[in-house]
Design a protein around this ligand. Structure first.
Ligand code: NAD
Length: 472
């Protein structure tokens, strides 16, 4: 049994003063593997005060200093990769390959930020003036449970590059992962107060940080309903807000697609991170004439998926993070059946042979209409909807008929045509014949999938504010 009962504030691990204790449950076994004490509003205020105290000196630091810090963070995160991997598997149920990717990514984003910083022009002439890109100030970074180490590291890398002191609020479902990341940060030896980490619930700790007058910038990753609460709470003190929110991504299989290549990619997009991914391609739009063939191929590919122990490298779908998430997925599978979609794989309940753990059956519906709940709402589990369309124009219209617009996928053998389609899709990112992200290109959503961009130069600029200096 592990116990997590410390905040990281002002360069030291200090006891949490909050009184709520929560069990940490391994989602693959339902066994209690640890306990965490959640932070409260007092802890949150202390963390913000430490960041406020650190901000003036850190905001005035020179680029070479910050590059040095980023390099130390990169190395320290790499040194803790095995612990990040272990925590991601045990606390979250992440698959080995995914957890390995997350552990490496948590290190890599500091290296990427150092490279961005080394060539960035903080001062430029504009008209007759000089524009100086200045750190925005104390920044609060909110992370969801489906990508704890990755989101903490990626947001922190951009904030440090920009010269912003931070308060990080990981999800209350991720105290173990957050603690391992905190240890790696501590061992990098940053000036006290530049990074503070308090793990607590959104409604008290999150709200306290998100409305504190000493915080200038909010960088939030999570669901759209919470993002709206954050944005409303931010407006009184005019905080700068970046929101990375819910997705309901469309995958467009064009009629010239090579199914041998496209179907595995489309399924990879749908079921990545066991379906608990904001960028999961969960609406597959298929030319009606090819639907029967596509459905047959999907049926046999899904039958070959292995659901089970996330530690087994052969497993392709792990457990849902919690009972609540398991129930949510079950609800949507029932809803799909009730609303008349055709179940072609999976269905309600656990997979055969798995009677413990929050495992769901990888599920695919055909004959889905875009007005059904399973096509409109983010399920956040391995549930794919196949929607037949009659033309390329209709595919684009259906893809865009969503309140969300995070990432879309196009599968085609005609590169020019795929780019023309991509240009008409309402999405922050369009991936053509691939599912791997580009970690230096801007990432974020349009419509209700969010505001602002992360990664690379744009990610750092989200923590900068232009200041114009004009002299007579
Ligand atoms: P969530 O919205 O419930 O919580 C996200 C974070 O916000 C958590 O740390 C939570 O404690 C905190 N929070 C909750 N209420 C708050 C409040 N009032 N004030 C401040 N903080 C508050 O999301 P989740 O369930 O943890 O994560 C899943 C969601 O995140 C999905 O919708 C997914 O699409 C989205 N997501 C988006 C991206 C992206 O890049 N667009 C990436 C990963 C996840």
């Amino acid at each position: 049994m592990r116990t997590f009962d410390q905040n990281y504030i002002d360069g030291a691990f200090v006891p949490v003063t909050g009184e709520e204790l929560v069990d940490i449950v391994d989602p693959a076994t339902e066994e209690v593997v640890g306990q965490a004490r959640l932070a409260n509003r007092d802890d949150a205020r202390r963390a913000v005060e430490a960041a406020m105290h650190a901000q003036p000196a850190f905001g005035g630091s020179v680029v070479a200093e910050r590059i040095g810090l980023l390099e130390r963070l990169r190395a320290s995160m790499l040194a803790h990769a095995d612990e990040i991997l272990e925590a991601t598997i045990t606390e979250y149920g992440g698959l080995v390959a995914r957890a390995q990717w997350v552990a490496n990514y948590a290190s890599q984003c500091f290296g990427d930020a150092a490279r961005v910083l080394s060539t960035y022009a903080f001062e430029r002439p504009v008209g007759g003036s000089t524009v100086v890109m200045a750190p925005v100030g104390v920044s609060a970074l909110f992370a969801p449970w489906n990508s704890t180490a990755g989101t903490m590291a990626s947001k922190l890398a951009s904030a440090i590059a920009a010269g912003c002191a931070t308060v990080i609020k990981p999800s209350e479902l991720s105290p173990w992962q957050a603690h391992v990341v905190a240890r790696a940060i501590h061992e990098a030896g940053l000036p006290p107060g530049v990074v503070n980490i308090v793990t607590g619930r959104g409604l008290d700790v999150g709200a306290e940080i998100g409305t504190h007058p000493g915080v200038t910038k909010l960088s939030f990753t999570g669901s759209t309903p919470t993002g709206k609460l954050i944005a409303r709470g931010a407006v009184d003190t005019m905080k700068r807000v970046s929101l990375a929110l819910t997705g309901k991504s469309a995958s467009l299989l064009l009629n010239d697609a090579d199914l041998n290549a496209a179907i595995p990619l489309a399924l990879g997009a749908a079921f990545m991170n066991s379906g608990q991914a904001c960028v999961a391609g969960t609406r597959l739009l298929v030319p009606r004439a090819r639907t029967a063939e596509v459905v047959e191929r999907i049926r046999s590919a899904v039958a070959a998926l292995r659901v089970g122990d996330p530690r087994d490298p052969a497993t392709t779908i792990g457990p849902m993070v919690s009972r609540a998430q398991y129930e949510r997925v079950q609800h949507f599978i029932r809803r799909g059946i009730d609303q008349g979609a055709t179940l072609i794989a999976g269905g309600e309940g656990r997979p055969d042979g798995l009677d413990r753990g929050w495992f769901v059956r990888p599920t695919v519906f055909a004959d889905v209409r875009n007005d059904m709940d399973i096509a409109r709402e983010e399920i956040f589990g391995p549930v794919l909807s196949v929607l037949p369309v009659d033309s390329e124009d209709e595919a684009i219209a259906v893809a865009n008929d969503s309140p969300y617009g995070l990432q879309a996928y196009v599968f085609s053998t005609d590169a020019d045509r795929a780019r023309r389609v991509a240009a008409r899709l309402q999405a922050g990112t369009v991936l053509i014949n691939r599912v791997a992200p580009d970690l230096l290109a801007p990432f974020g959503g349009v419509k209700q999938s969010g505001v602002g961009r992360e990664f690379g130069v744009r990610g750092m600029e989200a923590f900068l504010e232009p200041k114009t200096i004009s002299a007579a």
